[in-house]
Write a protein that binds this ligand. Structure first.
Ligand SMILES: CC(=O)SCCNC(=O)CCNC(=O)[C@H](O)C(C)(C)COP(=O)(O)OP(=O)(O)OC[C@H]1O[C@@H](n2cnc3c(N)ncnc32)[C@H](O)[C@@H]1OP(=O)(O)O
Ligand SMILES: O=C([O-])CC(=O)C(=O)O
Length: 374
C-alpha cells in the first residue's frame, strides 16, 4: 500500500495559491471571512450581509444592505425555459443533480459573455438557486407550480416559504441565516478548488459553479450532511447509537459528519449549529435525534479524537425545520455559491492556468505490439 503522506495524496497541506477571502484552521480551529470571525458573523449578521461581504470585500452599511436585498428579491422569477427543464426532471432524481442541471441551463439562457458582468450573474444565481430546487421539488412531488417571486425578506425564508407553502417562523428564519453564513466560504475546499480550476481556463461563471456543485455533491464533502441524517435516523436512542458507532469503528467504516482535512482540534462551525439544533429540538418537542447526535459526538471523540464537522448537527437542525433529507446539500449550494464565485473573481483577477504535475508510476517505454501478438 502506498503511503498517502509520502505521495502528497489529496494535496494535503500544500499551498496551491493565495486568497484574501478566508482563513481556515488557524491555531487548529479558527475561521474568518475577510478577517471577521465566523462566530461573530453568525451571531449578529444576516446571510445577505455575508454574501455582500464575500462579493465586495466589506460588510454593507444599512443602505447598501437594503439595496442589495431589494435587488436579490427582484431576481427570483424563474425563466419559463428553465421551468420547462425542471418539470422534466423526475421526482426520483437527486436534488443536487437538479441544482447542477438548473445552474447549467441558466448558463444557456443568460450566458456570461463578458467577465465585467460577473456580479450580475452571481446575484442572479444567489437569488435563483432556492427557486430552482424548490420549483422542481414541489412540481415533481406535489404536482404544484410554485410562484417563486415571493417578497420574503431573506434567501433562507424564501426557500422555506416555497418548500412549505407558508412563511417560516422567526426562529427558523434565524437558523437559516446562521446556517447559510456557516456554509458560505471555506478557502480551498474541494468544490471551491474545482471552481478555481475551471475559472483558471477562463471559462464562464456558470461552468465554474456547475463544476463546483458536482464536487460538493459527494459524501466526503457537502453530501455528508445527508449521510449523517441517514445515520442518526437509524438510531432509536443514545445507547443504541453508541453500540452502532462502536461496531462501525471496529469495522473501520467512515462516520459521515466527523473529521476534517484541515482542522485538527475542532470545526468552529459545529458549536454554533449544535446550539441551534438544541433550540430547535426543544421547539420540535422530541429530542431523540439531538440526544443521539450528542452521544455520537461523545463516542467519536472518546474513541478516535474525531470531532463533528459543520455537517453533523446540520442534519438534525434541518430535520427539525421540516426539510426533507434530500434537500440538505442543495441548501449548502445556496450558501456556498457566494464563496465559489468570490474565488472565481479572485482567480480571474490574477490568473494563471492551474496545471500541476504528476509523478509517473506507469510502465517503462515499450514498443506497441502488432494486434495479433497481444
Ligand atoms: C463541509 C465539509 O465538507 S466537512 C467534511 C464532510 N465530510 C465528512 O464528514 C465525511 C467523513 N469524514 C472524512 O471522510 C474525512 O475526515 C475527510 C474527508 C473530511 C478528511 O479526510 P482526510 O484529510 O483524509 O482525513 P485525515 O487525514 O484526518 O484522516 C486520518 C484518519 O482518520 C480516519 N478518519 C477520518 N475521518 C473519519 C471518519 N469520519 N470516520 C472514521 N474514520 C475517519 C481516516 O480514515 C484516517 O485513517 P487512516 O489513516 O487509517 O486512513
Ligand atoms: O474545507 C474543507 O475541506 C471542507 C469544508 O469544511 C467546507 O468546504 O466547508
Amino acid at each position: 500500500m502506498v503511503d498517502k503522506a509520502l505521495t502528497g495524496a489529496g494535496l494535503r497541506g500544500q499551498v496551491a495559491g493565495q486568497t484574501a477571502l478566508c482563513t481556515v484552521g488557524q491555531s487548529g480551529s479558527g475561521l474568518t471571512y475577510y478577517g471577521y470571525d465566523i462566530s461573530d458573523l453568525a451571531e449578529v449578521a444576516e446571510f445577505e450581509e455575508v454574501a455582500y461581504l464575500l462579493a465586495h470585500g466589506e460588510l454593507p452599511n444599512a443602505g447598501q444592505l437594503a439595496e442589495y436585498k431589494g435587488k436579490l428579491k427582484q431576481l427570483r422569477k424563474l425563466p419559463q425555459a428553465l421551468k420547462d427543464v425542471l418539470e422534466r426532471i423526475p421526482a426520483s432524481a437527486h436534488p443536487m443533480d437538479v441544482m447542477r442541471t438548473g445552474c447549467s441551463m441558466l448558463g444557456n439562457l443568460e450566458m456570461e459573455t463578458d467577465f465585467s458582468q460577473a456580479d450580475g450573474h452571481i446575484e442572479r444565481m444567489l437569488a435563483l438557486f432556492p427557486a430552482i430546487v424548490a420549483y422542481w421539488y414541489r412540481f415533481s412531488h406535489d404536482g404544484v407550480r410554485v410562484e417563486t417571486d415571493t417578497d420574503d425578506d431573506s434567501i433562507g425564508a424564501h426557500f422555506l416559504h416555497l418548500l412549505h407553502d407558508k412563511k417560516p417562523s422567526e426562529l427558523h428564519e434565524k437558523v437559516m441565516h446562521a446556517s447559510l453564513i456557516l456554509y458560505a466560504e471555506h478557502e480551498f475546499n474541494a468544490s471551491t478548488f474545482t471552481a478555481r480550476v475551471c475559472a483558471s481556463t477562463l471559462s464562464d461563471i456558470h461552468s465554474c459553479v456547475t463544476a463546483a456543485i458536482g464536487s460538493l455533491r459527494g459524501p466526503l464533502h457537502g453530501g455528508a450532511n445527508e449521510a449523517a441524517m441517514e445515520l442518526i435516523e437509524s438510531m432509536p436512542n443514545a445507547d443504541e447509537a453508541e453500540q452502532t458507532l462502536m461496531g462501525m469503528l471496529e469495522r473501520k467504516e467512515k462516520i459521515m459528519g466527523f473529521g476534517h482535512a484541515v482542522y485538527r482540534e475542532k470545526d468552529p462551525r459545529n458549536a454554533i449549529i449544535k446550539a441551534w439544533s438544541g433550540k430547535l429540538a426543544a421547539e420540535y418537542g422530541d429530542s431523540r435525534l439531538y440526544d443521539v447526535s450528542v452521544r455520537c459526538e461523545e463516542v467519536m471523540w472518546r474513541e478516535k479524537k474525531l470531532f463533528c464537522n459543520a455537517d453533523f448537527f446540520h442534519a438534525s437542525a434541518y430535520h427539525f425545520m421540516g426539510i426533507p433529507t434530500k434537500l440538505f446539500t442543495p441548501i449548502f449550494v445556496m450558501s456556498r455559491v457566494t464563496g465559489w464565485t468570490a474565488h472565481v473573481k479572485e482567480q480571474r483577477a490574477n490568473n494563471r492556468i492551474i496545471r500541476p504535475s504528476a509523478e509517473y508510476t506507469g510502465p517503462a517505454p515499450r514498443p506497441v505490439p502488432p494486434i495479433n501478438q497481444r
